[in-house]
Design a protein around this ligand. Structure first.
Ligand SMILES: [Zn+2]
Length: 119
């Protein structure tokens, strides 16, 4: 059974994770000013220049950053959703079945929105 204390603890963990994810995202990308949940890749400290090899390196770095950003964005979105669910009072309820999500599952992943059976 999920108590208020559990939820408070998960909320702290989720807020910490959100801060970490946002920090990671800001180190490799830039936030879209009109949509804070959207991040765009940014080449590390370089601009396109005349050197073709440099440009290829930058394109490769952007490509890698883009893949990392996509993954971080998904995790950030899940964490934000879980925090929203805490606010709405629906945290810890499986989105598929409406059953309570197992405590062990939330312990392993506080952003989980389904029970083990519907994972
Ligand atoms: Zn379920």
């Amino acid at each position: 059974m999920l108590t208020k204390e559990h939820i408070e603890e998960f909320k702290i963990r989720l807020e910490k994770e959100r801060a970490i994810l946002q920090k990671e995202l800001s180190s490799i990308g830039k936030q879209n000013p009109s949509n804070p949940d959207d991040w765009e890749p940014r080449a590390p400290g370089e601009e396109f220049g005349a050197d073709r090899n440099d440009n290829a390196d930058i394109v490769e770095a952007l490509h890698e950053n883009n893949a990392a950003i996509n993954e971080l964005e998904i995790r950030l979105k899940n964490v934000s959703l879980a925090l929203e669910r805490i606010e709405k009072g629906t945290y810890g309820i499986c989105e598929e079945s409406g059953n309570p999500i197992e405590l062990e599952r939330l312990n392993a992943n506080p952003a989980a929105i389904t029970c083990i059976a519907h994972a």
